[in-house]
Design a protein around this ligand. Structure first.
Ligand code: 9MG
Length: 284
């Protein structure tokens, strides 16, 4: 199946001819907004992960708490119950990179002990103990920007300049993380599409995604099936494939290194097309 063990290349595609890698979304939440919670059982989660790996995903992002707008928080015990058996099952079967999508220090620790390799935090390690936990675990981390909390974050978010404000946020968070013992080479940044941003702000972010390169860290972009697509195209979650791949292509052209998606096959094909274009060649 897939590969792992490229500890120093977490955010780089294994194939040097490709410009980015796919992170496949594996939600193990009963209320997940785009798969209706169908993959909440371990067997289904394993099948879903296997399919994504066969289709080209290099990271499986496992999450036990929904982050969709309006979602209620879950407690630590519930979250652990959902994600740990899935991580253990995937570890047994596949040699694949796994990230744990969580904002809780205990879940980060238990998930890494169970076999996950990296942390994906929509709260950029702002909850108590998270910076210290990730530093001690010595694992890579994706720091995502969010304005507010999922339950209320879409209530009139405002910025002086959406890109400059998020860059300033990252400068602060990176400094805190590095002071706290996290290695700079373990950090990846994500502007957090849909997390406390209006439709206009989301598309400004996408258009100006390349401005984040000046910070000097790999970039992750996650727009798959989000309302920034549905609100523009006026379509339902299950109708957002073309919108999702279009957003991915734009992010890739702006230099995103990792694309977090539900639709792995189609996104991996898009990565190949963009890579051939960037390489000025039909060879990938
Ligand atoms: C967990 N999760 C949901 N949406 C996300 C996004 O856009 N980026 C990252 N890093 N994680 C996300």
């Amino acid at each position: 199946m897939s590969k792992t063990n490229n500890i120093h290349g977490y955010f780089k595609p294994t194939d040097p001819n490709l410009c980015a890698k796919v992170m496949g979304i594996l939600n193990v939440t009963p209320d997940s907004f785009s798969d209706g919670g169908h993959f909440s059982q371990i067997d289904n989660a394993v099948r879903q992960a296997e399919q994504m790996l066969l289709e080209g995903a290099e990271i499986i992002d496992i999450g036990g708490e929904s982050t969709r707008p309006g979602a209620e928080a879950v407690n630590e015990a519930q979250e652990l119950d959902r994600v740990i058996p899935v991580i253990e099952a995937l570890k047994q079967r596949f040699d694949c990179l796994m990230s744990i999508a969580t904002s809780k220090a205990t879940v980060m620790k238990e998930a890494i002990v169970a076999g996950a390799h990296m942390v994906n935090d929509v709260k950029a390690l702002s909850e108590p103990g998270c910076v210290d936990t990730v530093a001690k675990l010595n694992v890579p981390v994706c720091l995502m920007h969010m304005r507010g909390v999922p339950r209320t974050m879409q209530a009139n978010p405002s910025y002086t300049d959406v890109v400059d404000d998020i860059k300033a946020f990252f400068v602060q968070r990176i400094a805190l993380c590095v002071q706290g013992g996290i290695k700079p080479e373990h950090i990846c940044l994500d502007p957090g599409f849909g997390f406390g941003k209006t439709l206009e702000q989301n598309y400004q972010l996408l258009n100006r995604l390349d401005e984040f390169h000046s910070l000097g860290y790999p970039l992750l972009a996650g727009m798959s099936r989000k309302s920034m697509i549905g609100n523009l195209l006026n379509n339902r979650v299950e109708e957002r494939l073309v919108g999702s791949v279009s957003c991915a292509v734009i992010a890739l052209m702006k230099g995103a290194n990792v694309i977090r998606v539900h639709d792995v096959k189609e996104t991996f094909e898009a990565i190949k097309i963009v890579s051939a274009t960037k390489n000025n060649s039909g060879v990938i």
